[in-house]
Write a protein of this length. Structure first.
Length: 109
């Protein structure tokens, strides 16, 4: 995470997510994600976790080609000095049905 301006850099991008996104984001900014609508939701949710200084939980509904599924995400703000939020731990859980829909959402199929 970086401040001034606020930016979120992936310290580790999980292998399952990287395979679904077809891009490795470790070391890259969330601002590099596509599509823009997905990126904007993540930035909004991550910013909210930093501002609220509290864990957030979301159910994300994903739809493409008349198919719909959802996944759950937890965003947990962390601090290495006990004062400033400088890391976010993000955990996502989805069913295998999302594997079919996600590439369509990203415009990869």
């Amino acid at each position: 995470m970086r401040y001034d301006p606020l930016d979120f850099v992936f310290r580790l991008h999980g292998s399952k997510i990287a395979a679904m996104d077809r891009v490795e984001m470790t070391g890259k900014s969330v601002r590099d994600l596509r599509p823009a609508a997905y990126r904007d939701i993540l930035i909004r949710h991550y910013t909210e976790a930093v501002t609220e200084r509290a864990p957030l939980f979301h159910e994300i509904v994903v739809a493409a080609d008349h198919a719909c599924d959802s996944y759950q995400r937890a965003i947990i703000p962390l601090s290495d000095d006990g004062a400033s939020i400088n890391m976010l731990l993000i955990v996502a859980d989805w069913k295998s049905d999302l594997d079919f829909i996600w590439p369509k959402v990203l415009g990869l199929e």
